[in-house]
Design a protein around this ligand. Structure first.
Ligand code: IMP
Length: 200
């Protein structure tokens, strides 16, 4: 495995054999997140933002990103559950945890971990728009363009990734690997089955 993969302290709980490739190391991610924070801060100069993080996957990204934003930020969190499976997402989405605050007249920036089919994000953008904000934009750490089923508008993007199941930096498979500091491809045999991964 390439350098920047599994750190020594996690070797006993995250096995190198589960992962095929490290796509982005901890250092790559830190650099990119800092760039995104700078870009967002410049675009929103003189304004304040509400960062709306999508639980659970976006928490690591959200926590890192907000420390690179130099305009005032508030934060709210939503949890979403989608029906269907990884390979046949239905696009039907249910809010499991709603916003705590009003979005009326606020500049909302949705913080998403990964855009796969884009269905969750499309739903969320519409949902936020229905709350009468001043604006709605999206920042996503990762996007898999070859899997998009709908046109998605991501205003700020960390990296594009290939059509493979990735874990780390907040992203899980069956609640594992979220604490991996890099972004890596999970070997298909780890989630083997006709219609997996089931965590989605
Ligand atoms: P979408 O509605 O198909 O775009 O699904 C987006 C959600 O699926 C993300 O917020 C993730 O929670 C999950 N997801 C999609 N692809 C992956 C992946 O490769 N690894 C981990 N989670 C994923």
């Amino acid at each position: 495995m390439r350098e920047g993969g599994i750190p020594e302290r996690l070797m006993s709980i995250i096995y190198e054999d589960d992962l095929s490739t490290v796509l982005h190391t901890e250092d790559d991610i830190a650099r990119r997140v800092a760039e995104l924070g700078k870009e967002i801060s410049a675009d929103y100069e003189g304004k304040s933002i509400v960062l709306v993080g999508v639980l659970n996957g976006a928490v690591v990204f959200l926590a890192d990103l907000m420390r690179h934003i130099t305009v005032p930020v508030a934060m709210d969190l939503v949890a979403i559950s989608s029906y269907g499976s990884y390979s046949s997402t239905s696009g039907v989405v249910r809010i499991m945890k709603d916003l705590d605050e009003s979005m009326e007249s606020k500049h909302v920036l949705i913080v998403e971990d990964i855009v796969d089919t884009g269905l969750t994000l499309n739903y969320l953008v519409d949902y936020m728009r229905s709350r009468n904000p001043a604006s709605v934009k999206v920042v996503a750490m990762l996007s898999k363009p070859s899997r998009h089923k709908v046109k998605v508008s991501v205003d700020y993007l960390g990296f594009t990734v290939p059509d493979e199941f990735v874990v780390g930096y907040g992203l899980d498979y069956a609640q594992r690997y979220r604490n991996l500091p890099c972004i890596a491809v999970l070997k298909p045999e780890i989630y083997a089955g006709p219609d997996t991964p089931p965590s989605l």
